[in-house]
Ligand binder design. Sequence first.
Ligand SMILES: [Zn+2]
Length: 451
Amino acid sequence: MSLLIKNGKLVLPSHIVEADLLIKNGKINRIDSCIEISNIPILDAKGAYVLPAGIDPHVHLLLSTANGLSADDFETGSKAALAGGTTTIIDFITPTKGQHLLEAYQQRLSEVKNCYCDFAFHMSIIEWRESIPEEMEACIKEFGITSFKTYLAYQKTIGISFVTLEKVMIAAKNLNAMVTIHSEMGDLIDKLREEAIGLNQIDLNFHPKTRPDYTEYQAVDKIIELVRKTNCKTYIVHVSTAESLNKIKQAQKEYLPIFAESCPQYFTFNESVYTKIRNEALGFMMSPPLRSEENRKGIENAIIQGTVSTLGTDHCPFTLNQKQKAKNFAEVPNGAGGVQHRLSLFYSRFVHTKKLLTTDMAKLTSSNPAQFFRLPQKGEIKVDYDADLIIWKEQSITIKDQLLYSQSDIDIYANEQIKGKVDIVIKAGEIVYQNGKLEDTLPLGHYLYRK
Ligand SMILES: [Zn+2]
């Protein structure tokens, strides 16, 4: 299928150029100052930015938890992503104890039904055994999984120790793979939570109190030591404190291969949300928790200064009913949605306010995730790359006044005013979203084999 986009402001990695762009067979075929071809559909993008479509490196769809499945499966989650201008998502495989990584991969792949985004997985390493390095190598070679997720929180279930983390990092370094880390001191948090519950301190505001900011940055300190020792490419997910980012910035000055992801919730909200009425506060129960206003500003500044390399969402919404069932703060399923709003929230806070450029938006929401996670032919407007594109429009609108696709009845961003949103979304050369809604029939996404 062919499509000619005329007169758009194409957001290339280093600059913006006003040009025409020809799409053929789902790929970007030609970029030129003026392309004239008859008999193909033409889209006039005069005055509008044309960006590489979003790549969300951190989503959890159809996540199985003690409180049941998360609210969005691959169908509703990918629709929400597309409607927000994100055409590629990276989800997770979490093996059970003792399960071979390849078996876990097969099982997770069988759970993907009607996914309209292209997708890939990070493989979680939840324990050590002698065969793990070989299993990791097989993940890379057989299934194109080049990134491995580890958790330092959740010690009683999927969390690992720093000793195991070091082994994973050595294995990953030998395989030239990326290790991604949920950085929280799990044992310390478990102790604080048990103490609080023992004292009947069960209200929601004990969630942030039992995960104080030092539980994140102390773990970051130890991770930096391990990066120095192993030189493994390391990516810290959902960084939520200013001090963690200070430490990462220092490590980057030493040229250590350490990178930070943050998420819109950490530059949008602060911990005051936990004092809202219970039904509202429940929506904000996530780990790491929302932090002080000082931390929120710190995240914003670190994004402006370039310490944060990517923006993910950690999209993992639950229904209000699932969250309401909890008898204390520790029982509330953790997570919130956001995949439909990531680009709008970034644009409104950073680009509309002229703190960052449109090229920075492309970098954090698309090109950097593509580069870090080795997504072939994605993340840039370049000849022969996938024609995954968005046409952007300045528009002042409240989030809840858009057509929303998440299946959760909670949207923590509902009352946020945004200043820009996608006008048209093109995936593999096909228009999948326009006039404020998704097309009735959508092409299925593909599993991305990474190299
Ligand atoms: Zn996550």
